[in-house]
Ligand binder design. Structure first.
Ligand SMILES: [Zn+2]
Length: 89
């Protein structure tokens, strides 16, 4: 068993590789859990993971404004951004 390809439990920034999922076009992919916001199971390419292209689910780029009020507006859960880089490679 090659240890190189087994990323289970490894951290890449705030992302923990949880499980391998079916590869697309020979590209290994992993479901990752974001520990920064403690939510969001995402699927990312192994290459992107190892190159530190993604270190969070995307929550690191903006502040978590969920639940905050802006005037009369209240922020609810915003749509999660897709992480899967379909055009990678
Ligand atoms: Zn996150």
């Amino acid at each position: 068993m090659s240890k190189r390809s087994d990323l289970t439990g490894q951290f890449f920034g705030s992302l923990e590789a949880v499980r391998r999922v079916d590869p697309i076009n020979g590209v290994s992919r992993w479901d990752v859990w974001c520990h920064k916001c403690n939510s969001g199971l995402k699927t990312v390419n192994q290459r992107d993971l190892q190159s530190q292209r993604y270190t969070t689910c995307g929550c690191g780029k903006k502040k978590d404004i969920k639940g905050q009020k802006f005037g009369r507006l209240i922020v609810f859960v915003r749509p999660t951004t897709r992480l899967t880089a379909g055009q990678a490679g």
